[in-house]
Ligand binder design. Structure first.
Ligand code: AMP
Ligand code: MG
Length: 493
């Protein structure tokens, strides 16, 4: 049977498409069509991303676009597929997983893969239904664009469409589809899959594809005696270290750092029970299903390293020497702390490193943890204080005033060499006024469940430019209400 629908039914988005991932061949995926959903409607759309893709934004307002991004009409030039991968979940080998509900439409000529998440059953759906529910689709859509707004590497989201088709989770919910965009959705788990099945040819083909497309410098490196696969592992380790440093500095908790949720490009991927910290609690667990706290906020950097170790094991047949593989992971241990410290220095408005910075950073984090001070509000108030505002609002966040004053004194002395305006500019550009707190997402979700999508649009607008003041929207930048701590977000999505 042909995978191509009748010419007349095709939607031509006016994009040019490239072979991309599909060129790897059928060992890596199954071709299939998305499954339609009845009577779709728009839930959210990112016109900024449409422009970046070269997609006319009118497709985000037309019935044909709605049908295409729900998976109800095929898109000209695409060859939809679901890819196969495996992975370690919660520290345990889980065997074959794969795109159970994500369908890759193709890659644009501009090098962006476009994927529909929640578009129906695939051969990798296992016991599940191939669908995504509205609440988690809104969270993924808004958070993808919010992370991009913060300057943190992430997969993007073009739009969300909904349908009243019912989906069973703990309760009955309704279905939605997120259109995700990234240069590649390849995960550590793709490599683990072929390594575990001793399919070295496919393993090599995948590594060669990733190197040629995304890490070409690995071909010409002199590191590891020119071993391109070791260089790939090192490059992925460094990107992952950089990503983790950014998560830790902004207060982002991913929630399900399984190896199948780790991007080979070092992007934040697969938004599930994630959370931006409210009060600063290093041991915070955002995933209600994670009873042991494997993915607690302060565990993330170590878990990422553990995941890289799994990737190293998968790449070992190509690297050929265990010692070389271990050496390729080594730089994680310096890139993570160095990048984290640099990010924290920027949050403090400091231009360059000096002795004692680490103590200054550890000092403030300890104070914040002691009283679980609101992490985002603290940094924004400190920024405003340096910008010339009254410093009282930042002091007011602490019960232990003496402790805070002592830290502030040390900080002020350290910062004295930097002109205040310069420091304040740096701080206001790195300490966001707005982050996607759980309760903000929840309010937008509850309105959307009643077919009011204004809240999703407003959140998107604020979070696309989270460092701006957005006058009139201070209610989105305040302390979380008491009920925020009762929100329970699990793997169920
Ligand atoms: P996650 O940890 O949510 O990223 O998903 C782990 C695995 O379960 C992946 O293979 C997903 O494709 C699959 N999966 C999750 N939810 C569903 C669903 N509703 N239908 C089919 N597969 C799913
Ligand atoms: Mg996943």
């Amino acid at each position: 049977m042909s995978m191509l629908a009748d010419e007349a039914d095709l939607v031509d988005l006016g994009l040019r498409w490239a072979p991309g991932f599909s060129a790897l061949g059928p060992a890596f995926y199954t071709e299939l069509q998305p499954r339609p959903l009845p009577d779709p409607y728009w839930v959210g759309r990112s016109e900024g991303l449409a422009r970046e893709l070269g997609l006319d934004a009118s497709w985000l307002h037309s019935d044909e676009g709605l049908a295409a991004f729900t998976g109800n009409l095929p898109i000209a030039g695409t060859r939809p597929l679901a890819s196969v991968y495996s992975g370690h979940q919660f520290g345990v080998w889980a065997g074959q997983l794969g795109d159970g509900r994500a369908i890759l439409l193709g890659e644009t000529a501009g090098g962006q893969e476009v994927q529909l998440k929640g578009a129906g059953l695939t051969p990798y759906s296992r016991m599940a239904d191939g669908r995504a529910v509205l609440r988690s689709s809104i969270r993924e859509f808004v958070c993808s664009e919010a992370m991009h707004g913060l300057g943190i590497p992430t997969t993007r989201a073009l739009c969300v469409t909904g349908s009243d088709a019912r989906v069973r989770r703990e309760e009955l919910e309704t279905a939605a589809v997120v259109t995700r965009v990234a240069p590649s959705f390849v995960r550590f788990g793709h490599f683990e899959h072929f390594a575990a099945n001793q399919r070295d040819d496919e393993l090599r083909a995948l590594a060669d594809y990733v190197i040629d497309r995304y890490y070409p410098a690995c071909r010409t490196t002199s590191r590891f005696n020119g071993n391109a696969y070791a260089a790939l592992l090192e490059a992925v380790s460094e990107r992952t270290a950089t990503l983790l440093a950014q998560w830790q500095a902004i207060g982002f908790c991913h929630g399900v750092m399984n190896t199948d949720n780790m991007s080979i490009l070092g992007l934040t991927i697969d938004y599930g029970p994630f959370q931006f910290l409210d009060g600063f609690d290093p041991r915070h667990i955002c995933n209600h299903s994670d009873t042991a706290g494997r993915y607690a906020f302060n565990q993330q950097p170590n878990v990422a390293y553990w995941n890289l170790f799994c990737l190293a094991q998968a790449l070992l047949p190509l690297i050929g020497d265990q010692e070389v593989a271990v050496a390729a992971l080594e730089s994680y241990k310096t890139v993570f702390p160095d990048t984290f410290e640099a990010r924290m220095r920027t949050k403090l408005g400091l231009a360059d490193a000096a002795d004692g910075d680490r103590a200054l950073i550890e000092g403030v984090l300890k104070l914040l943890a002691q009283e679980k001070v609101d992490y985002t509000i603290f940094w924004r108030r400190l920024s405003n204080a340096v910008a010339g505002d009254n410093p009282e609002p930042v002091r007011d966040l602490f019960i232990d005033r003496a402790g805070f004053d002592a830290w502030l004194q040390a900080y002020s002395e350290r910062r004295a060499a930097t002109p205040a305006a310069e420091a304040a500019g740096r701080m206001l550009g790195s300490n966001p006024k707005f982050v996607l707190r759980n309760h903000l997402g929840q309010q937008a979700i509850e309105a959307a469940q009643e077919k009011n999508f204004e809240g999703v649009a407003t959140l998107l607008r604020l979070l696309e430019t989270p460092f701006e003041e957005h006058a009139g929207h201070d209610d989105y930048a305040g302390f979380p209400p008491d009920w925020a701590s009762t929100i329970e977000i699990s793997c169920s999505s």
